[in-house]
Design a protein around this ligand. Structure first.
Ligand code: ZN
Length: 230
């Protein structure tokens, strides 16, 4: 949603050229160097983690976690939202079910991020920009519970601090929604699936864990009583 200059067409052509050049570089240089690894993946995947995050272009799951192809099963959408089971059976519900049943992942990470436009939209529903996007506005209703918690529990917050509080609370809300999905509930009950709430800071490259019960986010790896990496 950047402002487009009158000569935007040239810019568009240049951006697309970058994509084409990137693919050429991947096919001719990167792939051959890692051929054995990709060949192993050619006939199947066995990812260990379902990673649910925002569609924001600044959030790159594999880069943040330094993981390789085949490790993360990624679900991205506006606001890293997981509609509660039965609310909106669609793409996200199908991904959750597939990852937890067919792929048998061991972990689900819900990862929000700083400066999230979706959370700003949730806070300011009368913004003219959002009014032009009824589908987005409707989708964001799946995070409305997070907004109401922040309004009641953090009444003095404004601006960026309020957005950040909502980013964190939205991760908690979506983790709660996750637990309403039968495939998740069953695996959590038998102890074979762990849920994790993360918030990625674009400004400093850090990840903090968010506890579902509330409390201040803790740098990843330093959660109370947790081993590094939890
Ligand atoms: Zn976002």
């Amino acid at each position: 949603m950047s402002d487009r200059k009158p000569d935007g067409r040239d810019e568009d052509a240049e951006s697309f050229g970058r994509l084409v050049e990137g693919v050429r570089q991947f096919s001719e240089q990167v792939y051959p160097e890692r051929r054995a690894e990709f060949q192993r993946l050619a006939s199947g995947q066995r990812p260990h983690t379902l990673f649910i995050t925002c569609a924001d272009s600044r959030v790159v799951p594999e880069m943040i976690t330094q993981t390789d192809p085949g490790e993360l099963f990624v679900c991205r959408n506006i606001g890293n939202i997981v509609p509660a089971y039965g609310e909106m059976l669609g793409g996200v519900s199908a991904i959750v079910e597939f990852a937890c049943t067919a792929l048998d992942v061991s972990h689900v990470v819900v990862c929000g991020h700083s400066d999230c436009g979706a959370m700003k939209g949730l806070l300011y529903p009368d913004d003219p920009g959002l009014r032009r996007m009824p589908t987005v506005a409707s989708w964001l209703r799946n995070a409305e519970a997070a907004r109401s918690v922040v309004e009641v529990m953090r009444p003095g917050l404004e601006g960026a601090a309020k957005v950040q509080a909502l980013v964190e609370q939205n991760v908690r809300t979506q983790m709660q929604h996750l637990r309403t999905h039968p495939a998740v509930a069953a695996r959590v009950a038998e102890g074979s699936l762990s849920l994790h709430g993360w918030v990625y800071g674009i400004e400093d490259g850090t990840v903090h864990t968010v506890d579902e019960r509330g409390g201040e986010p803790v740098p990843l790896g330093r959660a109370a009583g947790g081993r590094p990496g939890q």
